[in-house]
Design a protein around this ligand. Structure first.
Ligand SMILES: [Zn+2]
Length: 373
């Protein structure tokens, strides 16, 4: 999720707000000021209710941020790149670059979030005990934060992928059975069941109790969870159909290449157009020195195509490459994460093929058409 407003860095982690956060901030402050606070703590002035509502809503998001921060810090300590945290309408999301490759990593990164929320709830509860009973804004804010942090921890521990509890469940099944695939199937199924259940509960709430805002909110959360789980399940289907497939099986083993001394005109008319290629590995003898893509060519005005040579326009090494014996699933991650259309396949420094998105799509499509699983 892209942040619309950047807040700065905490411990090297970029913190941002998505524009939908402002909507939920107003909604939470409003519901606190007009309903939750006046019901429990009578007799304050209207500005006091509103100020306490706004401060409590802000501190709620500090709590969410603390929860996300714990995920990010544990992920980073275990060697995963963390690009930042974005707060949005449904809470927070940590932008972690890679999926955990080990069950123990996934377990640790997931469980620390709910544990942090429970710890925060416990800590604030102790403070409120020390403070004793009372009817002040400080009592109200403390009570609200204890409640919300406990709820945040409990909700996230539901065994519903992609919630933390679903990730914990997946890592446990993964560790026990050794099958990432089966673990993901079970955990995403949990996500769909819980998501649909929340949508149904939301509808019930609207129809029977007339709590429109609460019901719609719950249904929206359920829908979000259910669709996220569905997406992960679809990814698993792809993962299972390519499990055991290597790059060598899918790549173009004899891609057209181009000499670094050739002109751009030669590259375009002699290679790119003739072979219907999106990119050409640039080879100096057997060594790959770069990649010339349509994007590189487009940057150059057509009058210069005869005057410029490939070496000056290509994307030079180091490029993102794969080996012929890498898993196809891993290569697909590389294509997606780096937004590239093709990967040169390199063995001992020599070019042995080219893996492009269109190869992968054609491969998957043919598998489906032939009914191969
Ligand atoms: Zn979490």
């Amino acid at each position: 999720m892209k942040a619309s407003v950047r807040l700065g860095k905490i411990a090297g982690v970029e913190i941002g707000l998505h524009y939908s956060w402002f909507l939920v901030f107003v909604l939470v402050s409003w519901s606190l000021a007009v309903s939750f606070l006046p019901d429990r703590y009578p007799g304050w002035s209207a500005p006091t209710y509103w100020a306490t509502g706004a401060v409590s809503a802000l501190l709620l998001f500090v709590s969410v941020l603390t929860h996300e921060m714990s995920h990010s810090l544990v992920a980073r300590a275990r060697g995963f790149p963390v690009s930042g945290i974005t707060l949005f309408i449904l809470g927070g999301v940590s932008n972690l670059k890679a999926d955990a490759r080990k069950a123990s990593d996934e377990f640790a990164i997931a469980i620390v979030g709910p544990l942090t929320s429970f710890a925060l709830a416990g800590l604030l509860w102790l403070v409120s005990l020390a403070l004793g009973d009372g009817n002040s804004p400080i009592h109200a804010t403390l009570f609200y934060l204890v409640l919300m942090n406990a709820l945040l921890g409990a909700f996230n521990m539901l065994p519903a992928f992609p919630l933390d509890g679903g990730r914990v469940l997946r890592s446990i099944i993964w560790a026990v059975t050794g099958s990432h695939l089966r673990a993901t199937r079970i955990a995403t199924f949990g996500g769909q069941v819980v998501g649909v259940g929340m949508m149904a509960l939301g509808v019930v709430q609207v129809v029977w109790t007339g709590n429109f805002v609460g019901g719609v909110w719950l249904a929206f959360l359920g829908w979000f969870l259910q669709s996220a789980a569905g997406r992960s399940q679809a990814e698993t289907a792809v993962e299972s159909s390519v499990s055991g497939v290597r790059v060598r099986d899918v790549m173009d083993g004899d891609p057209p290449t181009i000499d670094p001394g050739s002109t751009i005109r030669e590259a375009v008319f002699g290679r790119l157009l003739r072979h219907g290629a999106r990119a050409l590995p640039v080879c100096d003898g057997e060594m790959v020195v770069g990649l010339l893509s349509l994007t590189d060519v487009k940057r150059l005005s057509q009058d210069l195509w005869s005057a410029r040579i490939v070496r000056s326009e290509m994307t030079a090494m180091p490029l993102i490459t794969v080996g012929p014996d890498h898993d196809l699933a891993q290569a697909m991650d590389l294509l997606a994460q780096n937004s590239v259309h093709q990967l040169p396949v390199i063995e001992d420094g020599r070019l042995v093929g080219l893996l492009s998105r269109s190869h992968v799509i054609q491969y998957l499509y043919s598998m489906k058409e032939l009914g191969i699983r």
